[in-house]
Design a protein around this ligand. Structure first.
Ligand code: GTP
Ligand code: MG
Length: 333
């Protein structure tokens, strides 16, 4: 169901509704590129009454904070201490802060100026029109010249796997150029520390949140990734997030698939023993197949039991998430 966005905005009078947009930029040592991000930053957007900016800085050792203040950033959100907390935690901190500051829409873009700031109005529009709750910039990774063939393939493959597992359309799973309605932010709970992109997308699709895609062209590369050392790390991290999310939100299906696979392997192993015993007539030997098959079938039944227990736990989590959603949606006024 597409909700009516304006119905959820704070009311000033019976006829006036105010919409507040917060644009956030998670930053780790972005002093040189942050000014570029702000160069084409929209100052006014039709349908939006207030635009505020926030950066999440945790562990920058350069002048990111000073530069941000000079650029007019309203909020410098930070963790206590000087350690880097990684992007997933930084994003979560930013979301909590934006909700506290009564944002109706939160836009996230990156500090390396990869994303076109001037396209932010296009991200926000479907939310204002009530057509989507999350809008994601599709970088059309297949067309980015700077990406190697292997990177292009992996980006496409990753998005295809996320689409298959999450069940919703996924054009660019790891794009960080996104707009979220307050309601979407209230429904999503970030549970990964490293990065939030696949996590939020999987949850959105699992929870029936409307996601829209807007085609964008990225800016030329300014530097190497601060997040990913190599492609292998990215595959490992994204893969484990997908499996984790699927286990959390579809536990019965996950363990049923795992259990069924083990059951088939068990039957094949026992079948091997029976084949040699009954058809070939070798009355001695091949006991290993019988034992391994028996153990595998036993484990497959255990998987089914774990699936049922995990499904019962999932009911509890859904109830807790409902309470969290209500708490996050509550406004101070
Ligand atoms: N606050 C905070 N921000 C971070 C951290 N790690 C990365 N970032 C920011 O997250 C955004 C994305 O990081 P990038 O290094 O561009 O990683 P990426 O976009 O996955 O990699 P590319 O596609 O190669 O640009 C940037 O704005 C970084 O400054 C962190 O530990 N804390
Ligand atoms: Mg980047």
């Amino acid at each position: 169901m597409v909700y009516s966005f304006r119905q959820n905005c704070p009311k000033v009078s019976a006829t006036t509704l105010l919409v507040k947009l917060i644009i956030q930029i998670p930053c780790l040592n972005e002093e040189s590129t942050l000014p570029l991000v702000f160069k084409n930053m929209p100052k006014k957007i039709p349908g939006v009454d207030t635009i505020e900016y926030q950066i999440i800085d945790d562990g920058s050792t350069d002048k990111t904070v000073e530069v941000a203040k000079r650029l007019g950033v309203h909020y410098i959100v930070t963790y206590r201490g000087s350690n880097r907390r990684w992007l997933g935690r930084a994003f979560k901190l930013g979301v909590d802060h934006a909700i506290k500051k009564d944002a109706d829409i939160l836009v996230n873009t990156d500090g390396d100026n990869q994303y076109p700031s001037e396209r932010i109005p296009d991200l926000v529009r479907p939310i204002l029109e009530g057509k989507a709750e999350i809008v994601i910039g599709d970088r059309q990774t297949g067309t980015i010249e700077e990406f190697s063939t292997i990177k292009k393939f992996l980006q496409k493959f990753g998005s295809a796997v996320t689409q298959l597992v999450s069940g919703g359309q996924v054009s660019d799973a790891v794009s960080g150029f996104r707009a979220y309605s307050r309601e979407a932010l209230s429904k999503i709970n970030i549970v990964t520390d490293y990065t939030y992109t696949v996590d939020t997308l999987m949850q959105a699709n699992q929870k029936g949140i409307d996601v829209a895609w807007v085609k964008i062209k990225v800016n030329p590369k300014t530097r190497q990734s601060r997040l990913i050392k190599n492609m292998w790390t990215k595959i490992k991290k994204s893969g484990s997030t997908i499996i984790r999310m699927y286990t959390i939100y579809q536990p019965l299906k996950f363990f049923a698939i795992l259990g069924s696979l083990l059951f088939i392997v068990g039957i094949l192993l026992i079948g091997r023993y029976v084949y040699f015993y009954m058809i070939i007539g070798e009355k001695a030997g091949h006991l290993q197949s019988l034992v391994a098959g028996g153990v595998t079938i036993l484990v497959s039944f255990q998987m089914a039991v774990i699936g049922i227990v995990a499904d019962l736990l999932a009911v509890n989590r859904r109830l807790i998430e409902d309470i969290l959603e209500r708490m996050k949606l509550e406004r101070k006024d």
